[in-house]
Design a protein around this ligand. Structure first.
Ligand code: MN
Length: 521
């Protein structure tokens, strides 16, 4: 690994903490671990794995990632309260390299109405928290929320005090997404200049409410910040966080001007994007920079002609730099289980024997329906089956008849504990009819809030992936399903959502969940 020469920008990924907070993006333990493993392949420097005091699920995720993931530093969030920090310390205990991220607030409005303390009290308690956290690790990050609406002279005093107490990373969040680049850059420059504690790293955490999270982060880097907090696909509360792939590729593509570098293995960007999209159910918009389906598609005739003569005529980045190196034809009808296993391992998945067998069966079915099987087809199959969610209901059989002038009718057979249930219904369309039958059989009515269909790979026989958001009396669940038949994909997605909902309500009953603490950076 290249040595930090002062121009390295550390990439702090908070997909699993801040990203996961957005409605419908909740991931289960297994899904979080899968994302963390991919973040390690992407070579992020720090993974913020969760907020352990917030819920037993968060605690478990931080602990499991600490035990399992090798490479990045694992970080956990804690308010400036001893019980939070102690809980974070316990969850992080197994990690080879660990960081505690403790936070307070910087603005008067937060201090007065939310934290109910004076500026001086805030400094005292923040210093005490950092000192206490040093008992668990030497790597301490401190954030004051809402810095972009704070008095900067007070901020300098607050950050100097915590740095002298042992905070090694000072994070300056734009919690509310209010900053604009020039002004935010000035704030960072002012703090870099005013906090005279050697060796500390200045960090930024930007929200995208005005679409400026990446621009603000880069302005901060130009002003001396050396850590960017970001999420894959820019997911997060409201308009989301700074997008990892956009910030990283801007620094790589425009290293001539920005004169900084990151340790990211950019060839893993596309795979990370797809994984996070599948795990969270949050689809990436087609024209999204770097990872959108059209990000590298050149349509106009003049551009195409120019591209053929020399790609650099219109391409500032090469698709292969971000891992869009064309979908490889990998396996076919005659590939055996061993070849499949080897290939899956290369894609970064470790499967148990029974999981491999299930995948192999689906793979063989797919080979009958479709000429070529791409990596993305396999990944779609695997990720559809969230492995630690018990599949209460499974689809056994379905038949849909629909046509111009006829009433769409669906017959569906579901399995539950070796029992088989069958029913039929008409509907406004084939999908509507199918989902109605499922509601009738299970007796649980879901309200479909969002439905989208995407082709996973190219060609007429492509696997279609349906993403749904289903509302069960206020509890919103996202899920996906895939098949070469789109109505079947819809049925699977809807059943996956139902299985997740059943799993979650069961788990919630078992865990007396503590309320999630107020405001986070
Ligand atoms: Mn945030």
């Amino acid at each position: 690994m290249k040595k930090d020469d002062g121009n390295k920008v550390y990439i702090f990924d908070t997909t699993l903490r801040d990203g996961e907070q957005c409605p419908g993006a909740t991931m289960n333990l297994h899904e979080k671990l899968e994302v963390a493993r991919q973040l390690a392949r992407l070579q992020v420097d720090i993974i913020e794995a969760g907020f352990p005091i917030a819920s037993p699920g968060d605690f478990e995720a931080v602990k499991l990632i600490s035990e399992t993931v090798d490479g990045p530093t694992v970080c956990a969030l804690a308010r400036i309260k001893e019980k939070d920090i102690e809980c974070a310390g316990r969850a992080l205990a197994p990690a080879r390299s660990k960081r505690i991220h403790t936070f307070s607030s910087g603005s008067d409005i937060h201090l007065e109405s939310m934290m109910r303390m004076t500026r001086d009290e805030n400094i005292r308690q923040s210093v005490a928290a950092v000192t206490f956290a040093r008992g668990f690790t030497d790597d301490i990050e401190y954030s004051a929320q809402d810095t972009t609406r704070s008095d900067r002279v007070y901020l300098a005093e607050l950050y100097t005090a915590v740095a002298e107490a042992g905070a090694t990373t000072l994070n300056i969040p734009d919690t509310v997404g209010y900053a604009i680049p020039g002004e935010y850059g000035e704030l960072i420059a002012y703090l870099v200049e005013s906090v005279k504690v050697p060796g500390v790293i200045f960090s930024v955490h930007c929200h995208n409410d005005l679409g400026l999270a990446v621009a603000n982060s880069l302005a901060a880097v130009q002003a001396g910040a050396r850590q960017i907090e970001c999420t894959v696909n820019g997911i997060g509360e409201r308009a989301g966080n700074c997008s990892l792939e956009e910030a990283v590729m801007a620094m790589k593509t425009r290293a001539d001007s920005l004169k900084v570098w990151t340790g990211i293995n950019t060839a893993e960007i596309m795979r990370s994007s797809r994984l996070v999209s599948r795990m969270t159910g949050l689809t990436v918009q087609r024209n999204k920079a770097i990872v959108g389906a059209n990000a590298f598609a050149h349509e106009s005739g003049i551009h195409q002609d120019g591209m053929l003569k020399n790609p650099m005529n219109y391409e500032i980045m090469r698709p292969e730099d971000v891992g869009v190196a064309g979908t490889d034809l990998v396996l076919g009808k005659h590939s055996g289980r061993h070849a499949l296993k080897k290939h899956i391992e290369k894609l970064g998945f470790a499967l148990e024997a029974d999981e491999l067998q299930a995948l192999y069966n689906r793979f063989k079915e797919l080979c009958d329906k479709k000429k070529v099987v791409y990596d993305d087809d396999l990944i779609a199959i695997m990720q559809e089956q969230a492995r630690d969610v018990p599949r209460v209901y499974t689809l056994d059989y379905m038949h849909v008849s629909a046509g111009t002038g006829s009433v769409p009718t669906a017959t569906v057979r579901l399995k539950k504990d070796d029992k088989v249930f069958q029913d039929a219904s008409t509907g406004d369309g084939p999908v509507d009819a199918t989902l109605k039958v499922i509601d009738r059989i299970t007796g649980i009515e879901g309200k479909l809030e969002d439905f989208s269909l995407q082709a996973v790979t190219k060609g007429e026989d492509a696997v279609g992936e349906v993403s749904v958001r289903v509302n069960y009396q206020g509890d919103v669940v996202s899920a996906k399903g895939s098949s070469t038949d789109i109505v079947e994909a819809a049925a699977k997605a809807y059943l996956n959502a139902l299985n997740r909902f059943l799993f979650r309500s069961e788990r919630n009953r078992q865990m007396a969940e503590e309320a999630v603490p107020e405001g986070q950076p």
